[in-house]
Design a protein around this ligand. Sequence first.
Ligand code: UD1
Ligand code: CA
Length: 461
Amino acid sequence: MNKYVVILAAGKGTRMKSKLYKVLHKVAGKSMVEHVVTAAEGTNPNKIITVVGTGAAKVKDVLKDRSEFAFQKEQLGTGDAVMAASELLKDLEGVTLVATGDTPLFTSETFNNLFKEHETSGNSATVLTAKAPNPYGYGRIIRDEAGNVLRIVEQKDGNEAELAVDEINTGVFAFNNKELFEALKQVGNNNAQGEYYLTDVLEIMRKAGKKVGAYQMPDFSESLGVNDRVALAQATKLMRKRINEKHMRNGVTFVDPETAYIDSDVKIGNDTLIEGNVVIKGNTEIGSESHITSGSRIVDSKIGNGVTVTSSTIEEAEMDDNTDIGPNSHLRPNAVIRQGAHIGNFVEVKNAEIGENTKVGHLTYVGDATLGKDINIGCGTIFSNYDGVKKFHTNVGDHSFIGAGSTIIAPVNIADHAFIAADSTITKDVEKYDMAIARGRQTNKKDYWHKLPLSQDKEWK
Ligand code: UD1
Ligand code: CA
């Protein structure tokens, strides 16, 4: 059986009150339309066609070659939107699943079930339905006494009895493809919204003597449609539950899964512990037996095994196995922390490699630098990398020691086994086994106390 999927994503999404096109609003780090495409891909269709409108360029940019595109000139309704795909589809044999781009929670499994149900029933159209706890806003499924589906009535068109029905149209259908495009020609716009409704296809087919039916899914939550920010938050919450339960089944411990905000594509190894109030975003990967404490935010980063992240922010950075960071430190893009290295508190690292077992314990900035192994960086060290125009690089060799409070003014090379005395301002290269000391010498003035104004003022002089 040939399978096609049409995803409707041309509506403006007025109810979102947003500059951003509705289907591009994100749920757990991915736009809603991407979630729908991912679910569609899981059915191995011959084609996926996304119907786009005013925000076409932006949607194409997000989906790239994962979909073909059809353009709907004016947003005249869901029926008109499917019509926009007519040129790409109408002559093909097979079954077309239509879904909307604002229902991010559908799974491939549900789409596959609908395809199967449609095939075994011999229907021309099968609508995916669910019993909604609050059906307001959805189309209602109207059946006769024998339970046969008669038609779908929209919220704005329904009478009291129709609106009392709690079985809703999830917005997903399977159609005999050729029959769908035949029926669409007959859809009118004589309704409360003056739109061409896709939902009318059911009644049109039935009246033409074709078999139409419904497949009711057991759980409503997958079919949540996002029309405003309230529903967006609900969808995000449901998605979070799904994501975190997947990780728990894979052996990750969550102290409070309700407050661990993890994007869809994040990977986490088993026996890792995630505390509450943690944010993990984008393409982040975390290994096994790591520990992420509350207050941490990790974005597009690679964290190895046995790593401890304590209340720190990590962006586009890498931490190898058995490293640790925090509390309150910041890895910025291109920070690479090699095995066994230690990043303590109030440390910022940017575009720099911290070698194996090197320790950067406290209050330090390392920018544009390559640090070797087993180095000790004293408290309050600053790698001064910027002259206001350009960035410059510093190298520090293995086993070196940088005393507390030093400023290393790049570009400079500090060799292996070099020793920088505390509070030095380093502007020149330092060779192997040398000590550099670069600070004003101390002078002590004998009995100077008595010359100070302070000493005259006080009774205890
Ligand atoms: C629609 C259904 C409703 C169903 C609900 C499920 C119709 C008439 N109504 O209502 O029965 O319960 O979805 O979530 O089909 N779109 C276009 N072009 C248009 C209009 C809409 O591409 O001209 C797209 C939108 O981008 C959106 C989707 O179609 O992704 C659904 O449109 P929307 O206006 O949200 O329909 P609902 O009122 O939610
Ligand atoms: Ca909708």
